[in-house]
Design a protein around this ligand. Structure first.
Ligand code: DGL
Length: 262
């Protein structure tokens, strides 16, 4: 079984990491559209067009399932992808993340952070409203977190200041949320930073591991190992390997990254 995983860049490697942990026997082809990153500030039409092109490239490599690791693309392109390839399971990160937040929020007071496009597009808000109509949802675009994660700035005073500015007052007050969705591929690597501002009581929901769970249930997962990974990017093998290693949690060699044109 070969599973195609697609993201705007290296952030989706956090999703690949969770997928490999849950499905160690599967073979993966990961495509990062690094030439056109970021998606998080682009219009829905553009992101949809890019996502269809990326999925086409993965389909040409005979993948038998497609994971849209990018939250921004999951929010706007999932239906288009599923109707273009009805014969292949297409799984995004929004629905699993929203479902996990609904399950893990006793008071139904849910916060969602993501890129500008994810928040503006309203996919998490819609999914939570569908799954748990009485939930109260607050949302915030935290675009600078993407740059902090790519720079590896987890413990710097600048990172603390940014996290404080985004989350400090927003998460405090009389009616604080009891769960928060990390609705962007890059945010799981900032968990410790976010936790320092958010405090221990807030449940942080990582869409990556919940998506891996959904895919494993759909396709079936065997214990063991032996699965492989092939890396594709649309630009910059060196940067993909350097920054991506941090997101994947293991070293990627630049010579193992194939540059493709969409
Ligand atoms: N992969 C994007 C997401 O999860 C973040 C980076 C970008 O803006 O392209 O929304």
């Amino acid at each position: 079984m070969t599973i195609g995983v697609f993201d705007s860049g290296v952030g989706g490697l956090t999703v690949l990491r969770a997928l490999r942990a849950r499905m160690p026997q599967a073979d993966f082809v990961y495509l990062g559209d690094t030439a056109r990153l970021p998606y998080g500030t682009k219009s829905p039409d553009t992101v949809r067009r890019y996502a269809l092109q990326a999925a086409e490239a993965l389909r040409s490599r005979d993948v038998s399932a497609l994971v849209v690791a990018c939250n921004t693309a999951s929010g706007v392109a999932l239906e288009a992808l599923a109707s273009r390839w009805p014969d292949v399971p297409v799984v995004g990160v929004v629905e699993p993340g929203a479902a996990a937040a609904c399950r893990r929020s006793p008071a139904g007071n849910i916060a969602v952070i993501g890129t500008e496009s994810t928040i503006r597009g309203g996919a998490y808000q819609a999914a939570i409203a569908r799954l748990r109509p009485e939930a109260r949802v607050r949302v915030r675009a935290c675009s600078v977190f993407v740059a902090l994660a790519e720079e590896g700035w987890f413990d710097t005073p600048a990172a603390e200041a940014v996290a404080q500015a985004y989350l400090g007052d927003w998460l405090q007050g009389d009616d604080p949320p009891d769960s928060m969705v990390l609705g962007c591929t890059h945010f799981p690597v900032l968990t410790d930073l976010i936790r320092r501002i958010a405090g221990d009581a807030l449940v942080l929901v990582d869409s990556a591991s919940t998506t891996a769970e959904v895919l494993a249930e759909r396709l079936g997962a065997e214990p063991g190992g032996g699965g492989s990974v092939q890396f594709l990017a649309t630009d910059g093998a060196d940067r993909f390997a350097r920054v991506g290693s941090r997101f994947l949690g293991q070293t990627i060699d630049a010579t193992d990254v194939e540059i493709v044109d969409l």
